[in-house]
Design a protein around this ligand. Sequence first.
Ligand SMILES: Cc1ncc(COP(=O)(O)O)c(C=O)c1O
Length: 375
Amino acid sequence: MGYKVRFVDPARNYRMIKEEIDKAYFEVMSKGDLIDRQHLRDFEANLAAFVGTKYAVGLNSGYDALHMSLRAAGVGLGDEVIVPSHTFVATASAVVNVGAKPVLVDVGKDFNIDCSKIEEAITEQTKAIIPVHLNGYMADMERIMELANKYNLVVIEDACQSLGASMLDEKAEGKKKKAGSWGLTGCWSFYPFKMLGGYGDGGAITTNDPDVALFARRMRFNGEDRETGEYHGHGFTCLLDNLQAAFLDVKLRYLPEWIKRRQEIAKRYRRGLKDLEDLMLPHYDDPRRDHVYQNYVVRSKQGDEFSNYLKANGVEVLIQFRKPYYKHKALQLEDRGFPETEALSKEVCSLPMNVEITDEEVDYVISVVRSFYSK
Ligand SMILES: Cc1ncc(COP(=O)(O)O)c(C=O)c1O
């Protein structure tokens, strides 16, 4: 169906920055610089500077970033890794695919891992924790780092949905630190619909550890040191393309401005919807953390009735996720009972949130939501 307001509109986004994207395309193509060239190095340097880490290594996807991080940390057979029960399945799949066991922990009202429930999930086998910064809002990294230090756990941040989000770090003289700069690695996805989306799959890790950066640089090339030709282990083919890096580098320059726009849209939704009692909005008013609104996820007690009404009235919405991933039998994951995940899964609905959308379109979404509740 043709929607009046699209969830995202990649073609409209392209038109906004067409000149620079086309210039990047012609530059890469006319030089024939496809694999591991200057654009990739430039993008990696700019990404690391943006996140506030020493290194960034471009990979094929967010999944590859998680997988590579677990490998770099030496997580494998017999190890347990703590992951949230509400996230995209790739967080847990990366753990399973290195031979380890994901141990799920419920989330809180902000959709992120509930730190008060982490300790009860830690066993002798626990080697790592993967906090996910979902929807553009960071998990409580101060608390997570405390627990990781106490139990000697590796921290791998799944920051795929939160590029640019930050949190106050009391230990860093009260400065804010960005998502992806706290743990051993930060894992990034440049899937087209992400805050920084490419034109196909893409990903990266950020890290301050030179050994982890070197490991990832070699392993993304099947273990090969490109200068000496020496293989340093059995690796993977998961390098970020030079062309994608050139596009992402253009978009990265816009990101600070685009984050502000997302925050403005969130404010507009809040003003227009805050009096609706049956609708929970994603505003947490924690002065320690900035929300960058990768997604604007509301919770409606009316569940599918609500989301179907929006769709029927021309508003394209996304449901992530009605069926929690651990309920998919083929994944063979242990369901220890996650009441908050169960409750929110019945209610979540992501409203259109992107930098292409106009104020008038946001107002239209607000009017449709309000008309649902005045029925
Ligand atoms: C929280 C989270 N983790 C991991 C991923 C995996 O990223 P990709 O799709 O680039 O493999 C995604 C994105 O889809 C994500 O949202």
